[in-house]
Write a protein that binds this ligand. Structure first.
Ligand code: FES
Ligand code: FES
Length: 162
């Protein structure tokens, strides 16, 4: 048995017939080939799969694609400009070495963008708490916090919070 789903992903309408048990992560990664949404665990702990669902950061491995029917989904592929220019938060991660292997980075950036939307000038404590659902096994988090500070400042300077 399959079901029909429709949603808007990174501003593009998509429609598909899927098995009801399909997770949003699978839907994004397989038929849509949006592989920036990572799968880093099977316990909903790592945050590598973070996307925005109707403007809220959610772990896509905890959502059935059918539950996103009719929703607006933003993945890391939709964060930068269409011409390839990085979003200020992405640029801040690059500039402040907020990544090593990069596996956690898309999820970190999606969480960071949701965080600064609510807190345009976050404290270190707020950043660490806001990213507590994202695990990084490489960086020790210090440069990630620096990057989020810088990204928040850059977004505030532009009057933009994604
Ligand atoms: Fe680890 Fe979703 S894949 S929380
Ligand atoms: Fe490697 Fe975070 S940069 S897991």
């Amino acid at each position: 048995m399959t079901i029909a789903v429709k949603m808007t992903v990174n501003g593009r309408p998509v429609a598909a017939e899927i098995e009801p048990r399909t997770l949003l992560t699978q839907f994004l990664r397989e038929p849509l080939r949006l592989t920036g949404t990572q799968v880093g665990c099977d316990t909903s702990q790592c945050g590598a799969c973070m996307v925005h669902l109707d403007g809220r950061a959610v772990k896509a491995c905890t959502v059935l694609a059918a539950q996103a029917n009719g929703a607006k989904v933003l993945t890391i592929e939709g964060v930068g400009a269409a011409n390839g220019e990085l979003d200020p938060m992405q640029a801040a991660f690059k500039q402040h070495h907020g990544l090593q292997c990069g596996f956690c980075t898309p999820g970190m950036i999606m969480s960071a963008l949701a965080l600064v939307k609510d807190n345009p000038d976050p404290s270190e404590e707020t950043i660490r708490e806001g990213l507590s659902g994202n695990i990084c096994r490489c960086t020790g988090y210090h440069n990630i916090v620096k990057a989020v500070h810088a990204g928040a400042a850059a977004l505030k300077g532009r009057g933009k919070s994604t």
